[in-house]
Structures are given as structure tokens and as C-alpha cells.
Design a binder for this molecule. Sequence first.
Ligand code: GAP
Length: 481
Amino acid sequence: SHCKEYGFVFPSSEIYDGLGAVYDYGPYGVELKNNIREYWWKSMVQMNDNIVGIDASIFMHPTVWKASGHVDAFSDPLIDNKDSKKRYRADVLIEEHIAKIEGKIDKEIEKAKKRFENFDEKMFRTTNARILEYQKKIDEINTRMKSALEKNDLAEVKQIIIDCEIVCPISGSRNWTDVRQFNLMFSTQMGSVADDANTIYLRPETAQGIFVNFLNVQRSARMKIPFGIAQTGKAFRNEIVARQFLFRMREFEQMEMQFFVRPGEEMQWYNTWKEKRIKWHHAMGFGADRYRFHDHLKLAHYANAASDIEFQFPFGFKEIEGIHSRTDFDLNAHEKFSGKKLQYFDSELNKNYVPYVIETSIGLDRMFLAVLAAAFEVEKLSSNNSEEEGNERVVLRIPAALAPVKAAVFPLVKKDGLPEKAMEIFNQLKQICRCYYEEKDTIGKRYRRQDAIGTPFCITVDHESLKDNCVTLRHRDSMQQ
Ligand code: GAP
């Protein structure tokens, strides 16, 4: 509701009751989104002299998606509960069950810590035995799930759900259908004739636009391996279990980078990019403990190693970015399907090869949600706060570099030449950053409104300003003036 009230995010087509898992960004949302995208772009393209950018089309030749494996393998294993009629991703149900067991281990540890003073050997043994038992259960489920998903053994996936006694969160029953695979790509028709031959897809990831342009970019920008190609843009997935606001959308934006390396060097670069990307997240200043890696059990059809960077959202630790070692899968597949060579001549090794690829892929909307979730605070104020606008304020502590508006300029009153002076400052400042001018309401109310959209600095012009050419600069986080 804060996002809607303050112009960050609106449900799509709201006057028609909205469209599931599709959202529109409002006046402040679009600024924040642009700033996150620009921050990512600068850190990838501007700061790395071996990374260049592209902007490929959303529509691509349909064979691209045959080659990439998306037509055959881009699907989710779904299961329905017959009582609630709700549909779930079977692997997510199992992962959530595992997370519950992990929670039990954490509780045991917490209990032990509390009883630390009088923790005797018997207690230690029972606690230890319980933890080992839980861990064993987790390992067993993980091993079964990994094997079932790898073999696409959907009956076994259902059996795990039954054996773990997983119930539907809505109906509480275990009345499950069989597990089925469901393709997530949206299709449409190109041209005037609606037949299968004209079926094209809305891209489910931006990465393929990079792969098919690999040689165009390498040659035109004279890139030498190792090098990267970065891109931001829309992607579309017909998510069945779409929920948690911007976390899982049907139309969303990705910021992806494919880094092309020599075969055999991919693991070293995989680790390098894992490290670089977690540092980028830590630099947001939200606290390193809000991030963790989650190495994949089930590898996508193109990967030989994969890890997620997970962020602690209000609904738990969830993936915000994926780092994948995609081997030479994509380039090889495009060579095969297009009949065109996609090889690189390495002059140092004096040989041609299909490069291996490390991918970093982050969702812009998920990053947006993470920034808002970390920045949002309802702060209790001391009774002697000088702003005299209640004992509580809502503040978005968005890092200044990402804040939608960097500075707001206020005349203390709407007369005596103060608006003109304030406007003069506003007109100068707006040349270099997004600013806001306001003269309505008390100064305290105006500060509160800027806190709520995360403006780091407010500039107030008062009668003194006309004499000494000085202003009051007010800082959002400390409220210091
Ligand atoms: N090219 C690799 C790829 O697309 P992915 O893990 O499927 O990998 C990468 O997606 C990132 O895109 C995710 O970490 C997430 O941030 C974002 N993403 C994926 N599906 C999304 C969705 N339905 N809504 C919002 N963001 C999504």
C-alpha cells in the first residue's frame, strides 16, 4: 500500500481489477528502477573494460528457443490440491518442507544457547542426536528430489510429497493430483496468418539475444576472450504460481551478463563472478547477513554449476540473482540449429574453439523489491524532535545513489521572495539530479512526504537565506539539520 500511495508501483490495468502478477511503475518507481538499472550497467559495462552492452529484440526467430532447450525443457513441475483447487510448484513445496526442518535445527541451537550455563552432557547428547536426525532427513529428501528431477521422474516427485506428508497450505489436505510439466513461455503470432509456422515466443530470458549476437559483438567491438556482453530488458514467463508482489511476475526485467571464457577456465571465472556479484550486493549497505549463496541441486539443462544469491525478503531468504556456469551449451546448440559457426580464434593458443560461458542474471524488479523491503522503516521519534509532526515517521532509507529524488527544495513560507529564491536553487540543481520543489503545507509535513519517498536531502530557504545566501540542509536518515 505504501508503493501505491506514494507512486512507486500500481497493479496493471487497475481500473479493470488488475492483471495477475503484472505491475506498472509510477512516478517514483520508474526513477528508482532506472537508477538501479543504471547502477548495474555502470558497474558492469563502465567499470569493466572487457564488458560491452547490447539491446536485442524481445521477438526472436522461433528456432532460437528450440536450440536453447526452452521449447522442450523450460517447464515447472506442477501439482494441484484437489480440495483447495490451488496449484503449486512441486519442487517448491518440497523446498519449503526442507526449510521447515532447517527451522527446527535453528530452534534446537537457540534453545541450547539459552541453556548454555547449565547444559550437561546428557542434554548435549539429546540435542545433538535430534539435530543429526533432522539433518539426515534433509539430506535424504534432497538426494531423492535431485535424482527425481534429473530423471524427470514426476511420479517420484509426487511420492516425496506424500512421504513427507506435505499438506496444502490452504485446505490442509493431502489430496494431491499427479505432478505435470507445464511450459512457461508465452507465444504469439507474427504476420497475418495464425498458424503454427508463424508462432513466435516472448523471450523468457534476455540471454539468448546475447548468444545469437556473440560473433557480431566480438568482431565489431574487437573483443578478446575473456570478455562479457551485458544487456537489460524485458522477459516474460507464464508463471503459474505468481505471488509475493514483484517477486514473481509474468512480465519482468532482467539484467544479464554473459562472460565468454576459454574452455577449462570456467570454474575459476564462475568463482570470480560469484565473489564480484556478492560484493555488489553488499555495497548496497543493507547488511551482509541479509545475503547468502544457495548452490543448486537441480541444474538447469544448460549448466554445470549454478548458485543463487539469496536476499532476506520479508517472506524469507529468496533468490535475487543467479550465477550460472552455462558451459558451451548455448553456442554449440545455436551452431547446430543455425548451421553457422560460432567460434572464436584464440591467437595466443592458435586455435578455434566454442567459448564457455559464465552468466550473471539478476531480476531488476526483484532488486527493486529488495531495496524497498530493506529501506522501509516505521521509525519511532523522540518527543523532543524538532520537526513536530507526530511521534512516528515512515522513512525509506534508500541508498542516496538510487533514491528516486535526490533533493527537495522548499521555501519556508509562500511569500517574501522565498519561493523565488528556492526556485532559483531548484532550477540550478535540476541540471544535475532529479529534484523536487514544493511550497504547500508545513515544513514538517513536507519533510515527512520526502522521507516516505526516500529523498536523502531537503533544502529549506528561509528569510535568513535572502541575506546570507545560506540554506538549511536536512538529512533524511539522521533528521539532522
Ligand atoms: N538467463 C538465466 C535466467 O533467466 P533465472 O534464474 O531463471 O535465470 C534470473 O532468472 C533472475 O531473473 C532471477 O534471479 C530473478 O531475479 C529474475 N526472475 C526470474 N523469474 C522472475 C519472475 N517471474 N519475476 C521476477 N523476476 C524474475
